[in-house]
Design a protein around this ligand. Structure first.
Ligand SMILES: NC(=O)c1ccc[n+]([C@@H]2O[C@H](COP(=O)([O-])OP(=O)(O)OC[C@H]3O[C@@H](n4cnc5c(N)ncnc54)[C@H](OP(=O)(O)O)[C@@H]3O)[C@@H](O)[C@H]2O)c1
Length: 390
């Protein structure tokens, strides 16, 4: 029986992780859950999985949960609450699936407490990847990727010599705007950008998929997770989202992982590791699919991913600043305060104006992300544009 804590349990990844737990009641027991403000959903989860401890992001939500939670579940709040869930002495595995920079402290706490981490919160790696990987190595902690691309790379590396890797190839669906002409992108509405063709995900990551910033953030994540410099990490657009990513070796061989577009695959791989669990999901029918297509990404229409390479080149706090700027710019786009194309413009402007420092602590990474957010907010405030979709 593996005792697990799930951070971000009320979100898209968290709900799917609990679906996996529910399918394997003999393998998993839920010790702790951490969520933001969705008290009704958390209460349903408490009633079903009976965790010892839960946390929500503020006291108001905690009061709502305490009022209805069954006895036996301790209800905490704030970042300290999420950290307590992440480092609970009874948890043997922590799934880190809070969205955004808000997930960094609890991911770091799980590592410091010596817990193996299933990492969905890519922002942890983007903000402080080098630092977290060093701490995980010092603590002997495994970080198992949950992002489907990184899970695919993890799976494609098994049994191979890391020294023989030539490059990592991240696949990108291309998002809902892959075929949209450049001239139409500025007028894209949030509703249109949120219609992902293959994956059902939270709003922030769905918009990041549309701009391709998500792929850029994944390049940063891969840089630290697998210790491969960005010059050896490539992106290829693959609209079918069947090949989840690939590793090319020095002899030219490419090893890939394929599967249907269902996050329960990579979630169960991380949760069950080193065992594979018999998931009862529809099989991938390649004969019916017929063909798989690939194309290079288009930096002229989707420049956001190139900013991630630039941030890695700048080093230190630059990726954290980019991540914070993107969070603010995406929120502004969703609130119709900036246009789709202005997301990348704002992020580029903030990144180039930033004076880089080395990342020495989680606090410093969070401060850099906050700085990026504030700088992006300033730029959004100064924009004169006709908001899309009104
Ligand atoms: N969805 C996917 O398929 C997918 C794929 C790969 C990677 N990821 C990554 O996984 C992470 C989660 O993505 P998602 O799509 O599941 O996001 P989501 O649906 O927006 O869920 C986010 C979760 O984080 C919680 N949360 C937000 N702010 C919090 C805070 N300050 N304190 C505690 N909890 C907080 C939310 O709680 P409430 O809802 O209760 O407010 C919710 O449980 C992201 O880093 C994303 O990039 C997601």
């Amino acid at each position: 029986m593996k005792r697990v804590a799930i951070l971000g349990s009320t979100g898209s990844i968290g709900v799917q992780a609990l679906d996996v737990v529910g399918r394997f009641p003999d393998r998993f027991e839920v010790v702790g859950l951490a969520a933001g403000r969705n008290a009704p959903r958390l209460l349903e989860q408490i009633r079903r999985f009976r965790p010892r401890v839960v946390s929500v992001c503020d006291e108001a939500a905690a009061r709502a949960v305490r009022a209805e939670a069954p006895p036996g579940t301790e209800v905490l709040s704030g970042e300290a609450g999420a950290v307590a869930v992440a480092s609970h002495p009874d948890a043997a595995f922590v799934l880190a699936a809070i969205s955004g920079g808000a997930g960094l402290r609890s991911t770091a706490a799980a590592i410091e407490a010596g817990k193996p981490v299933g990492l969905a919160n890519k922002e942890s790696m983007v903000l402080a990847g080098e630092l977290l990987m060093a701490r995980a190595a010092a603590k002997g902690v495994a970080i198992l990727p949950v992002d489907s691309e990184h899970s695919a790379i993890h799976q494609s590396l098994v049994g191979h010599n890391r020294g023989e890797v030539r490059r990592l190839i991240l696949t990108a669906s291309g998002g809902p705007l892959r075929c949209t002409p450049a001239a139409e992108l500025a007028a894209v509405t949030p509703e249109r950008a949120l219609k992902h063709p293959n994956w059902s995900m939270g709003d922030k990551i769905t918009i990041d998929s549309a701009t391709l910033m998500n792929k850029g953030l994944e390049v940063i994540e891969a840089r630290w997770l697998f210790g491969v410099e960005q010059q050896r990490i490539d992106i290829v657009v693959h609209p079918e989202s069947v090949v989840h990513s690939m590793v090319e070796y020095v002899d030219g061989s490419i090893v890939a992982q394929l599967g249907i577009s269902d996050m329960r695959g990579p979630i169960s791989y991380a949760m069950g590791h080193p065992e594979r669990m018999p998931l009862d999901l529809p099989p991938l029918d390649l004969g019916r699919l017929g063909k798989l297509t690939f194309e290079p990404p288009d930096p002229a229409r989707f420049p956001a991913y190139t900013l991630a390479y630039r941030a890695l080149e700048l080093g230190g706090t630059a990726p954290a600043v980019l991540s914070g700027a993107d969070e603010a710019a995406v929120a502004a786009f969703l609130a119709r305060r900036c246009s789709f194309t202005q997301i990348a413009d704002v992020c580029a402007d903030v990144l180039e104006a930033h004076v880089v420092e080395p990342v020495r602590s989680v606090e410093q990474a969070l401060a850099a992300s906050e700085h990026g957010r504030r700088e992006a907010e300033k730029r959004v405030g100064a924009l004169a544009h006709a908001p899309a979709g009104r």
